[in-house]
Design a protein around this ligand. Structure first.
Ligand SMILES: Cc1cc2nc3c(=O)[nH]c(=O)nc-3n(C[C@H](O)[C@H](O)[C@H](O)COP(=O)(O)OP(=O)(O)OC[C@H]3O[C@@H](n4cnc5c(N)ncnc54)[C@H](O)[C@@H]3O)c2cc1C
Length: 444
């Protein structure tokens, strides 16, 4: 095993860990990056949408070489009942990909969002850390931190002679961070209401079929998020994302709700795939891969301490997920980069004390990461307490639209009256106002 002493030790070669390792190795630091998987990405699961700006911030020259599947040109949200959906979509030339041949990632411009498959993406991203001079050690689980006089001075990897020492340890081991506990950063146990479980299938389909079904060209992609009946009364949503020659199809819900309803994630995904609007998009596809993974949804209130003596924490390990906006990888990459920059600056000053590492929190405050998490700090509790809101309103919206679009000889004024009577019976205006206010308070 490694006997050398490192300037920095990074645990976990996901978006956060590789971003941290790249940043520090590029600045000339001696960095080791540990990954428990056989190779980076071998154990990782994600819906699959990543964001160009945050990748380009880490790799300004080479971001376009990333193994992107399709550039997202259209984002849709469906509010579904068991037999219908009201759809809201956004397509913009500004978010469009390259129009010529070559496909995703070849235009040189920073794409807004793109889909990835984690195995090739994480492998490529970690290889950029290696190219910058970091030592990547795969197939090795870090089991503990090593302390001396209260300061964290290294990690204990799960193999013989596995003690490795360094000036700083950056913990990026993902959701349910075991090392956050070992390092004493976790402030309290995470509740089932602060964690979601998502299941996902990759369904192979020919490229032309995807292009035709989603009305896109080669290299262009679509995201669909589905709220409403598909989560069977639980807080969560389903998703369909287009890859080059496959679809990522998945659904997730809060663990507290899965426990209460006793609905299995597998049954949830099967129900989602059988929704008539989903079924026609995946028709004829060959399931290739099935995976389940937790998502930290506790937000700002459930975050651990972000730094300590000799240690920083970034990404899912630090609860950095913005569920409402389907963002996690970008928070992870940004936090990893900022953790790396903090260490580079602390070393340049010759002061790697906890007080010096505290600049990490300031950097996160000045970025979008902490402001966004703070903005939605009340949302996780609301999602846990009031999941019915995600069922009632999609149902009502569908009923209203269906009534208005059904041409049955009833005058439009009569329809309006009918809708109004129906809405009042389903939810009083007072109740709607209260719901709106509750929702607004959680996201303002
Ligand atoms: C189903 C699903 C869909 C999602 N969809 C999206 C999306 O569309 N867009 C988006 O932005 N985000 C999405 N997310 C969230 C996103 O995947 C995460 O926020 C992001 O991957 C966090 O990156 P990370 O580096 O912090 O953690 P991870 O990606 O989990 O990486 C952690 C790494 O650490 C390694 N590791 C763990 N423990 C150890 C150890 N002890 N020793 C050594 N190595 C260790 C793991 O093997 C892994 O490689 C989704 C998540 C899920 C589960």
């Amino acid at each position: 095993m490694v006997t050398e002493r490192f300037d920095a030790i990074v645990v976990g070669a996901g978006p956060a860990g590789s971003a941290a390792a790249i940043t520090m190795a590029r600045a000339g630091l001696n960095v080791v990056l540990f990954e428990r998987g056989e190779y980076p990405g071998s154990k990782n699961v994600m819906g699959g949408v990543m964001y160009g700006r945050m990748l380009a911030d880490v790799l300004p020259e080479t971001f376009a070489q990333a193994p992107m599947e399709r550039l997202i040109v259209e984002e849709r949200v469906w509010m579904a009942t068991p037999s219908s959906a009201v759809s809201l979509g956004f397509r913009s030339a500004a978010h469009g990909g390259p129009s010529g041949p070559g496909g995703a990632g070849h235009s040189g411009e920073v794409p807004n969002a793109f889909t990835v498959l984690r195995a090739p993406f994480d492998r490529w991203f970690a290889a950029q850390a290696e190219a910058a001079g970091a030592l990547l050690i795969t197939g090795t689980t870090v089991e503990d931190v090593i302390r001396q006089d209260g300061r964290i001075v290294g990690v204990r990897a799960g193999r013989e002679g596995g003690d490795v020492y360094g000036d700083v340890v950056i913990i990026c081991d993902g959701v349910n961070s075991f090392l956050a506990q070992k390092a004493g950063l976790q402030r309290r146990p995470v509740e089932p209401s602060e964690m979601a479980l998502a299941v996902k299938e990759i369904i192979a389909l020919p490229r032309e079929v995807i292009n035709e079904r989603f009305a896109v060209r080669d290299g262009e992609g679509v995201t669909i998020e589905v709220y409403g009946s598909v989560t069977q009364g639980m807080a969560g949503y389903g998703f369909i994302y287009t890859n080059r020659e496959s679809l990522s199809v998945g659904i997730g819900a809060l663990i507290s709700h899965l426990m209460r309803t006793k609905i299995t994630p597998y049954a949830l995904l099967e129900g989602f795939k059988q929704h008539p609007l989903v079924a026609r998009l995946i028709e004829g596809g060959q399931p290739q891969e099935y995976a389940a993974h937790a998502i930290p949804e506790g937000g700002y209130e459930a975050m651990p301490n972000l730094f300590g003596d000799g240690v920083l924490i970034a990404g899912d390990a630090a609860m950095m997920v913005n569920g409402l906006h389907r963002e996690g990888s970008n928070l992870a990459m940004t936090a990893g980069r900022l953790a790396g920059e903090t260490v580079v600056q602390a070393r340049a000053r010759g002061d790697i004390s906890a007080a010096s590492l505290a600049a990490y929190r300031d950097r996160l405050e000045q970025s979008f990461v902490l402001p966004d998490l703070r903005k939605y700090r009340a949302l996780p509790a609301l999602a846990d307490r009031r999941p019915e809101l995600l069922a009632i309103y999609p149902q009502l919206v569908n009923e209203v639209v269906e009534e208005m679009l059904t041409v049955d000889g009833l005058s439009k004024r009569a329809k309006q009256k009918k809708i109004w009577r129906h809405l009042r019976a389903a939810r009083s205006p007072w109740q709607v106002l209260k719901d709106l206010y509750t929702g607004w308070k959680a996201i303002r």
